[in-house]
Write a protein of this length. Structure first.
Length: 489
């Protein structure tokens, strides 16, 4: 039982004012809710002491192993120039395998450009790999290019070649990777996370049950498959929504892992200037971004996935890519999400809603990218980073981080959606702000009502009375997954 808690998230609409309540939990679900003192104590009692409860929070877009391993890599987010990024790598220590790996640089606003000579001069013969914050490009020195078998005049690899580099860097020893994921899961639980959608570019159908069997129990997981593994997924009988861990585990957890969607990356990114857009990028009349998957192939992939019982998660950042994704959903009758939807034509807002396609978006990206938008998308006429526009059109929103692109912290996403600023500047496109209730609804999968899963987060502040900074720094007193504590401050 959770005693004397005030409900702040979905479910509070059934209560009177902000009265404290007791929540009775049985068999992993909420059995009853009543005013404090009206029910006899049952089982173990967690005294909430008047804290505020919201349903368990989800991050609907995570690259889990890459996010977990980022803690071991050289942070490059503070680098303001290519020369500074190279100097940071020159002073860094290699990993035990002898490679230098940095992550999180953002070169789109740099006054200088990455070059092979610059990185070679700083790192010499030690293989050096720098991963862009958006993961759509990587900057390698000559030693790394030779080691990986790639050629590049400037050392920069983009799109599929960059993804291949990330896949290789993430393919660490399973025991090492599983430990990193375990530790990262504990950090996520401390921020109220009870579920995530894993978009790692790997075969996750075996990895996640293995982790749970070894004791992972921090949160629920829906894992994606990619087109290069689609035949394998179909042969294995994977179907979206089906459980993959049915056996009891040492932690007592089970039923945490489900098959997710087929993930298809149809265009690039704003940071790499490869998102497929209607208007060209400034200074390059030939660059409208790239479509990594043409219309016929996208329809074929969605058709096969739908026939096999797999939903779809279609990465589409630029407005041309979003339109192409909706066209393919229309042609095939597939269900699922458009991931990112950072530039959306006005006419496509209603199409999302009519098709029942979910917009899986990352509110923090709007704040991280606002300066990039002013420079690189100034000539675009579609809506940039829509939230309220999509919701007002009747589109279901789901929030995520795209970790490690942004921090895996749902409170950061909620704050970004509500405030549309995270510095001393005025809100960016304030017409796209959401209310706290709307942002919470996009961050949960359940509600605090009898019969629902007992995934509960106890907060130190009432979210409705917090500003953007307060939401971002929300104290999390406890996180509960199916009635089991995964975090207690």
């Amino acid at each position: 039982m959770i005693r004397a808690v005030r409900i702040a998230g979905p479910g509070r609409e059934f209560l009177i004012d902000d009265e404290p309540v007791d929540i009775v939990i049985a068999d992993g679900r909420i059995a009853d809710i009543a005013p404090t003192g009206a029910l006899r104590p049952q089982g173990e009692v967690l005294d909430a002491d008047g804290t505020w409860a919201v349903p368990g929070l989800w991050d609907n877009h995570v690259h889990t192993v890459q996010w977990a391993l980022a803690a071991e890599r050289v942070p490059l987010g503070a680098a303001g120039t290519a020369a500074q990024a190279a100097r940071i790598m020159a002073d860094a220590a290699p990993l035990p395998d002898g490679r230098l790996v940095g992550t999180g640089y953002r070169d789109a606003m740099w006054p200088d450009e990455p070059s092979l000579d610059l990185l070679d001069a700083a790192t010499g013969e030690t293989p050096a790999y720098l991963i862009n914050a958006d993961v759509h490009s990587t900057w390698l020195n000559s030693a790394a290019l030779r080691r990986e078998g790639f050629d590049s005049i400037d050392g920069v690899l983009r799109e599929e070649q960059a993804f291949e580099i990330s896949r290789r860097l993430n393919a660490v020893d399973p025991a090492h990777g599983d430990r990193a994921v375990q530790q990262a899961g504990e950090r996520a639980a401390a921020r109220g996370v009870t579920g995530l959608v894993d978009f790692d570019m790997a075969w996750n159908a075996d990895a996640w049950p293995r982790r749970v069997a070894a004791g992972f129990a921090a949160h629920r997981v829906e894992f994606a498959v990619y087109p290069f593994d689609l035949d394998r997924a179909i042969a294995a009988g994977l179907r979206t929504g089906e459980l993959r861990d049915l056996a009891e585990t040492p932690s007592g957890a089970r039923g945490l892992i489900r098959t997710g969607p087929l993930k298809i990356i149809t265009d690039g990114s704003l940071g790499t200037r490869t998102a497929a857009c209607s208007h060209h990028y400034p200074g390059d009349r030939e660059n409208f971004g790239v479509l990594n998957v043409d219309a016929a192939e996208l329809v074929e992939l969605l058709t096969r996935a739908t026939g096999a019982g797999l939903g779809a998660a279609v990465h589409a950042i630029g407005d041309r890519a979003v339109t192409a994704a909706l066209d393919a959903f229309t042609a095939t009758g597939a269900t699922g999400t458009v991931e990112h939807a950072q530039l959306v034509r006005h006419a496509d807002l209603a199409r999302f809603a009519r098709l029942g396609i979910v917009a899986s978006v990352q509110p923090q990206h709007a704040l991280d990218d606002r300066d990039l938008v002013e420079r690189h998308w100034a000539g675009q006429t579609s809506i940039g980073y829509p939230l309220a526009a999509l919701r007002d059109a009747g589109v279901e929103l789901r929030f995520g981080s795209d970790a490690p692109v942004a921090a895996l912290d749902p409170w950061q996403a909620i704050a970004a959606a509500v405030a549309r600023t995270d510095d001393d500047r005025a809100p960016w496109h304030p017409e796209e702000r959401l209310t706290v209730d709307q942002a919470l609804q996009a961050s949960v999968r359940t509600a605090l009502r009898p019969g629902e899963a007992a995934d509960v987060v106890l907060c130190g502040l009432d979210p409705h009375r917090a500003n953007g900074d307060g939401l971002r720094a929300m104290p999390v007193a406890a996180t509960m997954l199916a009635g089991r504590l995964t975090h207690l401050a």
